[in-house]
Design a protein around this ligand. Sequence first.
Ligand code: VAH
Length: 318
Amino acid sequence: MKKILVTGALGQIGSELVMHMRSIYGNDNVIATDIRRIDGNVAVESGPFEILDVKDAKRMAEIAKQYNADTIIHLAALLSAVAEAKPVLAWDINMGGLFNALEVARELNCAFFTPSSIGAFGPSTPSVNTPQDTIQRPQTMYGVTKVSGELLCDYYFKKFGVDTRGVRFPGLISYETLPGGGTTDYAVDIYYEALKNHKYSSFIKQGTYMDMMYMPDALNAIVTLMEADPSKLVHRNAFNITAMSFEPSQIAAEIKKHIKDFEISYNVDPVRQAIADSWPDSIDCTAARQEWGFSSKYDLASMTTDMLNKLSGKLNIK
Ligand code: VAH
């Protein structure tokens, strides 16, 4: 990877991945794009930034040619809860944008990464230690676009030889940007509320297990996969990866070790609860470990310590 075009660069993953990749490949070699510019944002100010609506195929191709991109990291998408509220827009952005990005990668012979998600599984998928290859009948628009995206990326590899690669991300937890519109966002919101108010009302009910990962491990996984030997990639797109699986009372108990009077309560959102119930409790990531050496560093305890330290600085709360 030498000239990397990132779409959705101001989102939860993009805002940190741009900085991570710039630290590895050089500021001028990572072109950040998003549908809007946020002046002062470090991803905008520390290197090339272009406004790009991923539904605009012509503009995407122009930017990729202008910067001689050899890699496209396509992150622009609507997340699960927003996609369920706006399913037509979600298909338009998640699939229309993906198709445009794959076409640019095909025309310019770019390597290509886009994330799938545990949202690509559904209620008929084995929910414990979910296999790499299994039933995928998601019942959310987000999940439909993720399964479709996995198949489209496989097609572009087999039909056109585009070097497509991807992972099925679990819920990602980070402190740089507030996540928007996801089902796993409770596991980010809880840290903010714990520091600000020493209490949190969870929209996901107690006992609801979901796979999760701290953002540093997600960033490392993307770079490791993109640098991996392609001859070793059997599954190529949509590798199951995870770092931990927990339910709301477990993250609350871990926070309580740092904030003694922290209390969790529950005010369940039926829409996001139904989405969470359709996802696995835990997934198997043997294929990722075997084919490109995936590993994760953070567990719930070490993530909680780091999240609370970083957020207390960001929120200026001692
Ligand atoms: C969401 N954070 O909740 C995203 C992710 C696995 C969850 O896809 O929609």
